[in-house]
Design a protein around this ligand. Structure first.
Ligand code: ATP
Ligand code: MG
Length: 561
């Protein structure tokens, strides 16, 4: 194990593990798990938990299980199970043969429940859900004992078996742990362990009509799998005494639960319930909409596994809730794509340029560098001809002094091409600029005598007759508010949606992109990083998603600090 370098000084979770390894509590074993409930697609918060759990296992030469916490039959679907597996694999983690389901333990959990009943530690209760809530008391007031609390063991055993056999209707009875209705921790006030639910389960079918609660299933599932460190988010801190109580009563393996603060990011919602709402209301184009904070959405947007792992690493783990600036996430993907994405030219808002002194039929193949950060990426050629497109906002008819792009009478360099000069502005009847007439200086191409002549601006361009038409999707944050969960009274989080989160443009891109594969990453020079959408477009006619612009606000923020 690599345990004598970083883990020894690492975060508070590693410090706890190091201490266990020092005292031999788990015989130097480190076995974690990632326990998603298959009731939605994974999001970037889950990615952090995945990186943490699989990362720690890797670092300590241990293991990490994938366990689906599938105790809630009505909200769970196979589609979610499949998407979760795909996303974890894509992030680069491997649970090997350790794919488990809480539902695999239903029989075992039932046996454990019988054991508690026999020990006088659990009882069948006939209070309704509402009554249970009333009897529970409050933070300042003790609860009241259920009138069914002191049933004899035999009666409890009989009723619990009949609950399982399906003799009672939904909601008519529960099995509850018999702990302490006056406990200061509300989780200890005789929590419900089983509820009756005649519902079909995606794995156990109709075998069961009683289902364990999350509180009853979760800790025992960890114990059954011999998990050493049950890493979870802070809201489970108050449940830890209950989980400890269960394993102690049962006398089974006792994992150490460790809580950390969940990840929040500005402008994003991270609750599966809210993400489901966005999908169901058709606000977005499915769970993998490129504006969603889901792993599948980020993937479609053009994020890479390395960038997400890097982000999780930089965010680290904390004991206190905080919100991370989304600029950090964007910074991580820029860094990765800057190193790896091929450079191409694409014009998002085309304005035609005619080079009046360039021969009509001539086409030159200009050599272009694929990635200045990576010489091994090589070069390609880009066709150049008499009619080109440049970006509409790279031209101004009446520019301010500091505008170093094209204007009447001014010169710019076309990247990998010639210096051109704007001679004439052509307008339609309404005064809109429809094309520019320019001249080129034949001496200014690479290898020619004037190749190094200095002009202030360099523009990207494509050859009009060679360019490929491509739809490009530009994204802004899905929500206009930094904290989308903060809403005015009587409104819900959808009122914070950003109406401009998606815009479609018809772009002209260089012809080499006809062969671009879904998921491939490019830098459109001066315009940002783009990826080929995996859902829309077809071979030869790609649709591009803009992953992120080139302007790195995070680098600016961190330089200032
Ligand atoms: P929701 O809060 O939307 O119901 P959840 O947290 O219950 O989601 P699970 O499927 O139970 O979703 O989560 C699986 C694991 O991922 C849990 O261990 C949970 O603690 C962790 N997790 C979920 N959200 C975050 C987050 N925002 N940051 C870090 N870890 C998270
Ligand atoms: Mg949960």
């Amino acid at each position: 194990m690599t345990n004598n370098d970083t883990p020894s000084q690492g975060n508070f979770i590693k410090q706890i593990i190091n201490e266990h390894n020092r005292t031999g509590r788990f015989d130097n074993r480190v076995h974690t798990r990632f326990p998603p409930e298959p009731n939605g697609y994974l999001h970037i918060g889950h990615a952090k938990s995945i990186c943490l759990n699989f990362g720690i296992a890797e670092e300590y030469d241990g293991k990490c299980n994938l366990r689906f916490d599938d105790t809630n039959p009505t909200k769970e679907e196979v589609e979610y199970v499949d998407s979760i597996k795909e996303d974890i694999r894509w992030l680069g983690f491997d649970w090997e043969d350790r794919e488990f389901y809480a539902s695999d333990y239903f029989e075992m959990l039932y046996e454990y429940a019988i054991k508690l009943i026999k020990g006088g530690k659990a009882y069948v209760c006939e209070l309704t859900a509402e009554q249970i809530r009333e009897y529970r008391g409050t933070l300042t007031e003790a609860g009241k004992n259920s009138p069914f609390r002191d049933r004899p063991v035999d009666e409890n055993l009989d009723l619990f078996e009949r609950m399982r056999r399906g003799e009672f209707p939904d909601g008519s009875r529960t099995l509850r742990a018999k702990i302490d209705m006056a406990a200061p921790n509300l989780n200890m006030r005789d929590p419900v362990m089983y509820r009756i639910l005649h519902a079909h389960h995606h794995r156990t079918g109709d075998d069961w009509c009683i289902y364990p609660t999350y509180d009853w299933a979760h800790g025992q599932s960890d114990s059954i799998e011999s998990i050493t460190h049950s890493i979870c988010t802070l809201e489970f801190e108050d449940h830890r005494p209950l989980y400890d109580w269960f394993v102690e009563q049962l006398g089974i393996h006792h994992p150490q639960q460790i809580e950390f603060a969940r990840l929040n990011i500005t402008y994003m919602v991270m609750s599966k319930r809210k993400l489901l709402r966005l999908v169901q209301d058709g606000v977005v184009d499915g769970w993998d909409d490129p504006r969603m904070p889901t792993i599948s959405g980020l993937r479609r947007r053009g994020y890479t596994p390395a960038s997400i792992r890097d982000f999780a690493d930089r965010v680290g783990v904390a004991k206190k809730e905080s919100t991370i600036d989304m600029a950090l996430l964007e910074h991580c993907i820029r860094e990765d794509l800057n190193a790896h994405a091929l450079r191409v030219m694409g014009v998002l808002d085309p304005l035609k340029v005619v080079l009046t002194n360039y021969p009509e039929e001539q086409v030159e193949e200009m050599e272009a560098v694929n990635n200045p950060e990576d010489p091994s990426a090589g070069t390609r050629t880009v066709p150049f001809s008499r009619e080109l497109y440049i970006e509409r906002d790279d031209f101004m008819e009446d520019p301010p002094r500091k505008f170093f792009r094209l204007a009447p009478g001014r010169e710019v360099r076309l990247r990998y091409g010639y210096i051109i000069k704007c001679e004439d502005v052509i307008k339609d009847g309404d005064g809109n600029i429809v094309e520019l007439h320019c001249t080129y200086d034949p001496q200014t191409k690479s290898g020619m005598p004037e190749a190094n002549r200095k002009v202030k601006g360099t523009l990207h361009w494509v050859s009009a007759k060679h360019a490929l038409d491509a739809e490009v999707r530009l994204y802004e944050q899905l929500f206009a508010k930094e904290d989308p969960n903060e809403v005015e009274e009587q409104l819900d989080f959808l009122s914070n949606l950003n109406p401009d989160s998606l815009s479609l443009v018809q772009a002209k891109v260089e012809p080499s992109l006809a062969a671009a594969e879904p998921g491939a990453h490019y830098q459109f020079e001066r315009k940002g990083y783009f990826t080929v959408d995996s859902k829309y477009g077809r071979p030869g006619a790609p649709v591009f998603n803009r992953t992120v612009t080139l302007r790195d606000t995070w680098a600016k923020i961190s330089r200032k600090q």
